[in-house]
Design a protein around this ligand. Structure first.
Ligand code: ADP
Ligand code: ZN
Ligand code: ZN
Length: 749
């Protein structure tokens, strides 16, 4: 009896066993789809059982059917065979995952200690999770009828549009868009054309591929980078393209890709945020005569599946996407590029908490292809890997063309009068830049009108009861909103404690800053870019369009402004408040600040206009600020790496965070204490435990959150410890009362 061990999309560390008809399996045409890959990495193809990865329908629970994925086939089960139910249906003809993706996901399940079922389903487009066929939909196309093929087009002289369309259809030319459906319908009425359903045809882009010429001449550093990368082109190697903003990293990508695509290979390009990088995307599209698919959040599920199918069948040349595009299957993947590799949005912070950059490197290894990590401000992990020789570091130190670096200065806020956080000095600077018809960008990492609403008479603070944290006041919507659990609440008119109506907003956020600027600069257009204003579809595009029109303009925004965009007319960047980052309890906060600062200042000014960056702080003598301003990111990074080395923090040690949450503030700390005692009993002196202690955000959405941090200097040993621990934990009864999870390589703690 053949038994299928099936993964279901559930947060459980086990598979579910079903019997499966071996004859049904043998009927399938299990062609190995990865011929291309076998030339690259024969050992991978061999070890792959081409019957795993099939989707099946299985009975589950009382009357229900579930979609599952076969992970293993053999003849053994811990459950008596008579008790097993049979698989209801085999959905796929061939495995839904390509061999490299299967390997990647299995690796990830192991590394992140996360249930395989959740991971496999996470990696599929939603329609495939629901059991829909992994095949293209047909599209409706107009075709000539027999009459239509032979009729004399002169009979249509009185309807010239119809005549034109018929002629074009006969010559099977590209039909321009200006033919309305009515014209098609008219021809249909005359029985000259008909609508038929046909499958989407393979694009065969390789036969028509060409690169549009540019007049750019790569500089020596760019040439060197290209040469180093192409030297390795067919095999795994990890490159760190460390190039200051505007140094021409994108040009390097484009040049390397020209060569790769010409050989018929595909590429995956990952970016932190699609909507903010329209310029980059259009540069890719302009350069290559080849199909480029963009995986952005505006796609329908059908479109998403279509992209997935196209890249799997080799019908696109490039896929550009965010974090989750990592799981796109390709027929002939030749390279992965991760732009802005330091960006924290590559780390998934919910559910399956993977780091897309780290997994991409594993994927490149499995596929045996090169990977490029690009950044002006590489993460300390990546820099360290460049130093210890794991990655090959390629540096671009000059801004391409003749653009100059921006001037930097600090405004010491001590004793100054501020309005919505702005000092007079900064206001005057803004005025001067606007007067020259330039644009100004103000950066404040706090959205909303005010981060606090306080009763002036008794000191009561409006707090979210589910998180015990102050509500943020949003004036425009006239409501309070909890930024931790995203719950809104009506604005109180009175203090619930003393009845006073003197409720006062304290502090300021981007909304207030925008209002204040509108008063100070009534004639200047202002765009606010934060999560509140860009959540509306198309809103961001229209903002960007306005800014790109040129002319005096003020942009106000949170960190999303720092992500990879390019506004050529911005000459002044003001950072309103840096002190929050300098004095955070999170050891990564300074790194993140240094990255944001370097990114935004790198974008100020251009060839003909020198940019200026101004920082407002109460701590102008902070050593980090000094290093950053006087010596730049590189020196900052070196110093910080030294510090981390001395204190044995990542990347000089490895961390795993175990979090537990419950509603009574009782089971979670008990659970973590039990984990702690268990780990202590191992007696590993190099295992360092911090906790159990309340999480950085101790209460969220009604749950009390606790955490225990594990740190070890040896990654493998730590992995083994966690695997062992999981086996034990999953046998405990008490875990039923706790929502717990494991975060490997956490980036916030
Ligand atoms: P990055 O990706 O490092 O920010 P880009 O590739 O976007 O840099 O280049 C910044 C600007 O410089 C772009 O406008 C680009 O067209 C231009 N550029 C890039 N390389 C060169 C070069 N070798 N000579 C002249 N201009 C260049
Ligand atoms: Zn009060
Ligand atoms: Zn809340």
């Amino acid at each position: 009896m053949l038994i299928a061990h099936v993964a279901l999309p559930m947060p459980v560390y086990r598979l579910f066993d079903y019997t499966i008809d071996e004859r049904e399996l043998n009927k399938l045409d299990l062609a190995n789809e990865c011929e291309e890959r076998s030339e690259n990495s024969p050992n991978n193809a061999k070890s792959y059982d081409n019957r795993v990865g099939l989707r099946v329908k299985v009975p589950f629970g009382k009357r229900q059917q579930a979609i599952g994925i076969i992970v293993k086939l053999d003849s053994s089960s811990e459950i008596a065979v008579e008790k097993l139910k049979p698989v209801t249906e085999i959905i796929d003809q061939t495995p839904i995952f390509t061999a490299p993706i299967w390997q990647l996901l299995s690796w990830a399940a192991n590394y992140y200690h996360y249930p395989i079922g959740e991971i496999l389903f996470h990696a599929l487009p939603v329609l495939l999770r629901q059991g829909k066929p992994a095949a293209f939909d047909t599209i409706k196309q107009w075709q000539l009828t027999e009459v239509g093929q032979t009729v004399d087009t002169k009979t249509l002289t009185r309807t010239p549009k119809q005549q034109q369309l018929l002629a074009l259809l006969r010559n099977s030319c590209d039909i321009p868009d200006h033919f309305s459906t009515t014209i098609y319908r008219e021809l249909e009425k005359k029985s000259l054309i008909k609508q038929v359903s046909c499958p989407i045809l393979s694009s065969n882009w390789q036969n028509r591929f060409s690169v549009n010429p540019t007049d750019l001449q790569l500089n020596d550093q760019q040439k060197n980078a290209v040469a180093e990368i192409t030297k390795q082109n067919q095999q795994f190697a990890c490159f760190l393209l460390d190039g200051v903003t505007g140094s021409g990293k994108t040009e390097v990508y484009l040049t390397v890709l020209s060569d790769l695509l010409a050989r018929g290979k595909q590429a995956l390009v990952m970016v932190p945020e699609i909507s903010l990088t329209p310029q980059t995307i259009s540069r890719f599209k302009q350069r290559f005569n080849a199909p480029i698919d963009i995986l952005h959040s505006g796609l329908t599920e059908k479109e998403r599946l279509a992209v997935w199918l196209r890249s799997k069948s080799g019908d696109n040349a490039i896929v550009i996407g965010t974090r989750s595009s990592l799981f796109t299957p390709f027929k002939k993947l030749g390279m992965i590029i991760i732009d802005e590799e330091h960006d924290s949005s590559y780390k998934q912070q919910e559910g399956f908490r993977y780091h897309a950059r780290d997994l991409a490197i594993i994927r490149a290894k499995i596929e045996n292809i090169p990977i490029i990590l690009g950044s002006a401000t590489p993460s300390l992990e990546t820099l360290n890997n460049g130093e210890n020789g794991k990655y090959q570091r390629l540096r671009l130190t000059e801004r391409a063309g003749n653009a100059m670096f921006a001037m930097q200065s600090i405004i010491d806020l001590r004793g100054l009068v501020l309005s919505a956080g702005l000092s007079m000095l900064l206001i005057e600077k803004i005025r001067a830049h606007l007067a020259n018809n330039n644009q100004v960008m103000l950066f404040l990492n706090r959205r909303g009108f005010a981060p606090l609403l306080l009763c002036h008479d008794c000191g009561w603070i409006a707090e979210c009861p589910r998180c015990d944290r102050p509500y943020t006041y949003h004036k425009h919507q006239n409501q309070l909103s909890c930024h931790y659990c995203d719950t809104p609440r009506a604005l109180p008119t009175q203090c619930p404690k003393c009845g006073s109506t003197h409720l006062q907003p304290i502090g300021f956020g981007t909304e207030q800053l925008e209002k204040q600027l509108a008063i100070l600069f009534p004639d200047t257009p202002i765009s606010r870019i934060d999560r509140d204003t860009v959540s509306k579809k198309g809103a961001l595009d229209s903002y960007l369009a306005k800014v790109n029109q040129g002319g005096a303009h003020i942009l106000v925004g949170t960190q999303i402004l720092a992500k990879g965009h390019h506004f050529p007319d911005i000459t002044l960047v003001g950072i309103i408040d840096v002190d929050g980052a300098l004095f955070s309890s999170d050891f990564r906060a300074t790194e993140r600040f240094a990255q944001i600062y370097t990114q935004v200042s790198g974008r100020a000014g251009r060839e003909s206009k020198r940019g200026e960056v101004i920082l407002q702080t109460y701590h102008p003598d902070h050593p980090l600020l000094k290093t950053l301003l006087h010596s730049g990111y590189q020196s900052f990074a070196e110093e910080t790496l030294q510090e981390r080395k001395q204190t044995l923090l990542p990347p000089f040690s490895y961390q795993v965070l175990i979090q537990g949450a419950d509603r009574n503030n009782q089971y979670a700390p008990q659970f973590l204490q039990k984990v702690y005692d268990h780990l202590k009993a191992y007696g590993d002196k190099n295992l360092w435990l911090l906790g159990p202690m309340p999480a950085t955000q101790p209460k969220k959405a009604g749950y009390y959150r606790w955490q225990l941090l594990l740190q070890h200097t040896n990654r493998q040993t730590l992995q083994q410890i966690v695997s062992q621990l999981l086996l034990t934990i999953n046998r405990w009864d008490s875990i039923k009362n706790v929502r717990w999870r494991i975060d490997v390589d956490p980036i916030e703690n």
